[in-house]
Design a protein around this ligand. Sequence first.
Ligand SMILES: [Zn+2]
Length: 196
Amino acid sequence: MISGECLKSLTLPLRYPPRSFVYFIYTAAKPIVGILISTLILVFWLGSLIFLLPIDLTERSGWWLPASILGRTFIHTGLFIVAHDAMHGNLFPSNRQINDWMGSISIRLYALLPYRKSCLSHWSHHQSPGQASDPDFHDGTHTHLLSWYVKFMGGYLNIQQNLVLVVGMSLIFHTLRLVFIFLQLICCCFGYYRSF
Ligand SMILES: [Zn+2]
């Protein structure tokens, strides 16, 4: 948890003279820095997906697979961080509509989660942290990993939404896989195939 003093120091303005170039850049970039970084994360997420999906990692040297998994995991976690900041209205404070739009895209790409429902659950987490009404609260009775996971997800999504999550993610994965296999076959037929 961030202490009050620490939080205060984080929100203090930069100590540059008001007429300096650095201060000008800081004040100009401050309102859009959140939306710029989140856009960059989305671009990296999509770019790395397009780059990695057609690659047959079994034909690559040993470090490709762990590096790809680690890299994609890192960028994918970034999607949730973007969505989280949007839930708090910090992504683009001057325009709540764009803020929520970006949050909605990010959380759906992250795990097909509904943005509004996630906002409500997350706000109740902050309103009563560590208490029974906190969806992240561990009640101590669901000690098995699977039962804890089911209870945890139940705090965020109903059964229908959980089904959409599991079935939807599987459908997207296998559809993308088939699309790329199909594209490689087309390339092979026309002699354009090359090993990436
Ligand atoms: Zn939060």
